[in-house]
Design a protein around this ligand. Sequence first.
Ligand code: NAG
Ligand code: NAG
Ligand code: NAG
Ligand code: NAG
Ligand code: NAG
Ligand code: NAG
Length: 311
Amino acid sequence: MAGLRWFASVAMQLLMILCLVRRSSSQCRFGAVLVNGVNGSTCLCDQGNYGDAAACLPCPKGTYKSEVGTARCRDCPLFSDSEKASISPNNCSCITGYTKISGECFRCLAPDNCAKIVSTREKIGVCGNCSLYFQYNDSGLHVDVGAADYQETLGGEKFCYCTYLDLSNRYLAKLGPSVFSKMRFLERLDLFGNYLASISATAFSNLPYLKQLYLQGNKMRYLPPGLFNNLTSLEGVYLDQNSLIVLEPDVFSGLDNLKTIYLESNNLEEISSSQFQNLGQLQTLEISYNYMVNCLDLPNVTVFQTGCSSP
Ligand SMILES: *[C@@H]1O[C@H](CO)[C@@H](O)[C@H](O)[C@H]1NC(C)=O
Ligand SMILES: *[C@@H]1O[C@H](CO)[C@@H](O)[C@H](O)[C@H]1NC(C)=O
Ligand SMILES: *[C@@H]1O[C@H](CO)[C@@H](O)[C@H](O)[C@H]1NC(C)=O
Ligand SMILES: *[C@@H]1O[C@H](CO)[C@@H](O)[C@H](O)[C@H]1NC(C)=O
Ligand SMILES: *[C@@H]1O[C@H](CO)[C@@H](O)[C@H](O)[C@H]1NC(C)=O
Ligand SMILES: *[C@@H]1O[C@H](CO)[C@@H](O)[C@H](O)[C@H]1NC(C)=O
């Protein structure tokens, strides 16, 4: 009788433990794990997943997260890429034409010659009535025009008459100072789909006619102060799908013709309405898929923002 009772009580306890274990592991949503802390157990996003434990999401392609917890996904090193939900920088493989040397990806000039600096001057095509060359060195990309080419002369200086330049999807990582200064007639500049992480503050100086600037799908974490200072004709700036964390307070100031700003899918935590207050022509601000909690309300502007009432 006593044996039976002992057996029953042990079986009961086992059952309870089993129940507890089952309850606790299913308490966490997909992508989260239960972590024991001083205040009991909490669900936290697992390696390769980010967010709060109520909704963990896999780290996007090109990023990784090695820790369990609330940290962000980190970007893969320059010129490398990873699958979704990667857990380590080792999951980041160099893109085609690059090889990994102590964690960094270097461009291969030939299969057996991979180098950090690429300084060969390459012809990249014809724009308007000039030939264009680019040279890539430690200070970044430099664009220049062929010496014998047709150029417009203005105040004794020669400029290329080219209104649209497409430098998208070219593995560019850095833009040097005044890189487009020989192209002051540019109206549209495509730089999307590169690996731009570093842009000189004067990269876009001397482009008084530029209307559309496409910088989406790069690796920018911040914009240098004054980057858009002299772009007085700018109507649209596309900065979506970067890794922007903060915006300088006056990054768009003085851009009196700006109608469209795209900032979605970045890592912005805070944007203040005052950053857009003096943009008299602004019509559309797209800031969905960021980490912001405050909803922006700007008179006469259509604001697209995740979790806020649609306009
Ligand atoms: C545990 O809970 C106390 C009281 O709520 C809090 O002050 C403390 O920061 C918590 N500790 C951890 C590690 O979460
Ligand atoms: C990351 O690397 C680990 C170890 O090599 C591997 O097990 C895992 O499948 C990789 N993850 C992805 C998303 O490629
Ligand atoms: C990079 O190239 C540009 C253009 O040829 C040149 O002006 C600049 O001094 C170079 N910078 C370095 C660090 O080599
Ligand atoms: C370059 O193109 C512009 C626009 O088509 C034209 O006005 C200018 O005369 C051309 N310059 C030369 C040197 O051919
Ligand atoms: C560019 O902007 C700065 C600051 O607004 C100003 O001092 C400078 O003169 C401008 N340069 C040109 C070429 O317009
Ligand atoms: C919004 O637009 C209306 C009509 O064009 C205009 O009267 C008003 O001043 C604008 N408000 C702001 C804050 O720009």
